[in-house]
Design a protein around this ligand. Structure first.
Ligand code: NAP
Length: 265
């Protein structure tokens, strides 16, 4: 069964203009879905919309919105009027790498809004109409950083734990009502944002950095089958050691030490 037959015609990607979000948009356009793309910068979003329209004839609506604004979910709902979203990808995230106390309360609050409050609100708003229609899908981007305390990424990592638990909970609640929910727990992925941070390789055993397209392919394979999954074999092996073999203290120390080394903190 095609994605359109299973879920419907219209997909929304929040955080669509580059990296994993752009890869999701490309995948969904290639599957014949119409798209609503959301991000802060107009230019890259318009460029992607034009490209997808040329390549696949995709009907694209762009919404410029900062997802860390308290009203973001309502602004998007308002812009869409009565259009029903059939598949939603919440990809955008804000992060800050460094000592917790070195950044402002305002920034930490914005991270909490973009990574937790807005996705929760959007799932509440668009999930309701999916439940009413008896079909739909929600994909939420989580991270390996959310599996244990992750020093120097405190607010981001905590928000990713929230995302995974939210998606897994709704997977249980909504699976019998035709709505598939999944948390995609990614490891290091070669997105413009990740490359921009100039991470140093910490060990020759570090899992391979995946491409955004690999992450999306794997996610679409597990949608409707699992509540959450970890991208890539290397990340799954590393996560098994961290969660099942090591003590909690050891896992937290490894994460903090790696981030310290990667970003020369
Ligand atoms: N890359 C990795 O190594 C990695 C690893 C684990 C998990 N993840 C997860 O994968 C997802 C995507 O990561 P990413 O590396 O591709 O980069 P990202 O910076 O999280 O997302 C990039 C996209 O989101 C948009 N965006 C960011 N903040 C926004 C905001 N406040 N409001 C509206 N749009 C916003 C960006 O466009 P604008 O800048 O124009 O707004 C861009 O289109 C995130 O949820 C992240 O936590 C990534």
């Amino acid at each position: 069964m095609s994605l359109i037959q299973k879920y419907g015609q219209l997909a929304l990607v929040a955080g669509a203009s580059e990296g994993i979000g752009a890869a999701f948009s490309g995948y969904l356009a290639a599957a014949g879905m119409d798209l609503v793309l959301v991000a802060r910068r107009k230019e890259p979003l318009d460029q992607l919309a034009t490209k997808l329209n040329h390549e696949y004839g995709t009907k694209v609506t762009c919404i410029i919105c900062d997802l860390s604004d308290a009203e973001a979910a309502l602004v998007i709902k308002e812009a869409l009027k009565d259009e029903e979203i059939n598949l939603m990808v919440y990809n955008a995230a804000m992060s800050y790498i460094g000592p917790f106390e070195n950044n402002s309360l305002e920034l930490h609050t914005r991270i909490a809004f973009a990574n937790m409050i807005t996705p929760m609100s959007m799932v509440r708003i668009f999930g309701e109409s999916m439940l009413n229609m008896g079909r739909g899908a929600v994909i939420m981007m989580a991270s390996l950083a959310g599996f244990q305390g992750s020093g120097f990424l405190a607010t981001y990592a905590a928000s990713k734990a929230f995302t995974r638990v939210m998606a897994e909970s709704l997977w249980y609640e909504w699976k019998s009502r035709g709505v598939d929910v999944i948390a995609c727990c990614a490891g290091a992925t070669a997105t413009p944002n990740f490359i921009k941070t100039k991470p140093e390789k910490t060990s020759r055993f570090a899992p391979r950095v995946e491409s955004p397209e690999e992450v999306v392919e794997e996610c679409m394979k597990w949608l409707g089958k699992k509540p959450s999954f970890i991208t890539g074999r290397g990340n799954r092996v590393a996560s098994f050691f961290m969660q099942k073999i090591l003590t909690r203290e050891m896992a937290i120390n490894i994460m903090g030490n790696n981030t310290r080394k990667m970003y020369r903190l």
